[in-house]
Design a protein around this ligand. Sequence first.
Ligand code: ADP
Ligand code: RBF
Ligand code: MG
Length: 194
Amino acid sequence: MAGPDPEPTEKVGLSSPMVPRIRKVLEPMPRLRATVVHGFGRGSKLLGFPTANMEVRWEKEGEKESLKPEEQAMLEFARDCEPGIYFAWAQVANGPDRGIYKTAMSVGWNPTFTDVKAKTIEPWILHDYETDFYGSELRLMICGFVRPEAKFDKFEDLIVAIREDGDFCKEALDEPSFADFKADSFFAAGEGKL
Ligand code: ADP
Ligand code: RBF
Ligand code: MG
């Protein structure tokens, strides 16, 4: 005898065509410096977009005075900022390629996956680097907010959304009010390849 129909699977995810985006300027624009650390290793391998995960010293939250000023700033930004996608300028300040490049950055818990237990800050720099730069210092000037992070039902939809975020961020950073920040003195001098 046939049993009752199974419950329909709950649809909680998003499909990429439904992703609305905005350009919400951040004032003041956060200027962050942090070491690039290892993430879950799936940015490039599974999705095709490398993201440079920035170190957040969560273990020192109760004793912030023991941290360097830039580590405190990073911790405060990570704790207080709205999870989502941001457009930014980024520079690997002590690597062989010190160019200042357009960036699409993800902040949050990657709700499409279930293994992320701490809020992560992971910029996808819109540039082809010749080598990895784990352990280097990354400088970020965050210009604006684009959209909240979303839980996608299918990896393919997340991939489409990330690609569209990249295009959206690239265009936003061409706007003169954001483009000028590429020349900010916050970035290390000697831009370009060494
Ligand atoms: P992980 O999970 O360890 O962050 P990813 O697959 O996301 O691994 O790869 C990220 C690493 O790839 C970065 O830490 C950096 O060293 C390197 N990388 C190379 N090109 C880029 C880029 N354009 N944007 C961000 N990271 C890049
Ligand atoms: N993960 C999500 O779960 N939902 C998102 O909406 C989402 N948007 C992203 C947008 C951009 C521009 C980038 C670079 C990443 C985004 N991610 C998102 C994070 C992605 O899941 C993560 O980079 C990989 O899982 C590797 O850590
Ligand atoms: Mg990553």
